[in-house]
Design a binder for this molecule. Sequence first.
Ligand code: ARG
Length: 474
Amino acid sequence: MSADQRAAAARRMAAIGATAHYDQRLAPYDVVASHAHVTMLLEQGIVPADAGAALRRGLEELGELLRSGAAPLDPDAEDVHTAIEAYLERRIGPDAGWLGTARARNDLAVTALRLWIRDHVTFLSRKLLALTGALLEQGERHAGTVMPGFSHLQIAQPLTFGHVCLAYAEAFLRDAERLRFVLALQDESPMGSAALAGTGFPVDRAAVARTLGFARPTANSLESVGDRGFALDFLNAGASVALDLSRFGAELVFWSSQPVGLIALPDELVSSSSAMPHKRNPDAAELVRGKSGRVLGNLHALQTVVKGLPLSYFRDLQEDKEPLFDTADTLALSLDAAVSLATLMRPDADAMRTAADVAFGTSGDLADLLTRERRIPFREAHHLVTELVRLAGKQGRSLGELSLEDRRGIDERLAFPEWPDVTVEDSVASRDSRGGTAPARVREAAAELRVRLAESAARLAHEEYIDQELGDTR
Ligand code: ARG
């Protein structure tokens, strides 16, 4: 083996193995975890008082530097954790060596990552609530705006635009709840698990857990260092957010396409074609839809890394970071864009009403009415309306224009004088079951959603408080 080969091997090891250039964003979380660890070591008398104090000061100073936007860490270090130890060594000398007592990079890395996830659940939840709020406002404003409702992309029954906006608002508020579940399941501190077997030093794991805002220490040191279930849960919840964003994006692309023309998007969120100047391509909506692909891929990527790994730590596991970072970054971009789309989309009320008012589009409502008010069993009413539609079609008339004699010709029970002409407005107003599309129900649902949104925001304010000591370093 030549010296050249060995030099190349060392370079290649660093190239495949080093992560400090991208995992530096975990630095504030390592600082918080390390600070809690040193404080506990001091209180337990595990490290000398002067060394512990120097370490605490060094970590506090580093935290300040990171908050101020400085980049004091070596990007060529193996990872952020070794970079921080090297930084402390430079700042405070050999006392820095006490930091590694009763811990390993294995429990430190996984603790920092849990703290990062907690902070980003809050970060993304805030955006989900903003999106919910934007849709809720549209829902309130357009509780009475009639539009066609689709199933199979065929015009089905009239809906109110407000009802549709609230449908997405519900989905996004639930996504925020789904992210919260992730926190509930990862509310344990791995610190003190050390490399895999625990430590012989008299540590107080509960105290560290408390300082870091976790409910308790993890139960099993061996499981703690190799478990990435908490990261998969975050990626899974993130994938759910991406799915809902994707559906919302697809909806806007459809609504804004020229032959459909139900909504207009602002110039800032569309592009024109280089070849066809008349076009208004809904780029932002397409990207909100398209970027969901990588978020779904990130979940799959980490599942594949973890699959087949026996217990405890393997270097494979450092592949957890890029999927997590990318999911958070992509969702942040997409949610921000979706907030602008939801806020600035403008329904074309006339086009919506015209599209909703297709020939015989309220025939189902007429059948309902015959059942409700004339006591004709629904199956029979449905059958009679089918015949009425056929006749009206032949005569080129609407259902409301059919003469009493014509109706009698189909069935005696249809020969009553106050024959209704069911409009799309009548149709939506009649669908006033709880959660239905009637304007009154949409207003009621919006008021209830506003209360739940405020509750979620209040909870989030509390969670933000816990994370405030991390500062806004992202
Ligand atoms: N950067 C590594 C990771 O995130 C830290 C753990 C290193 N532990 C080890 N035994 N090499 O997975």
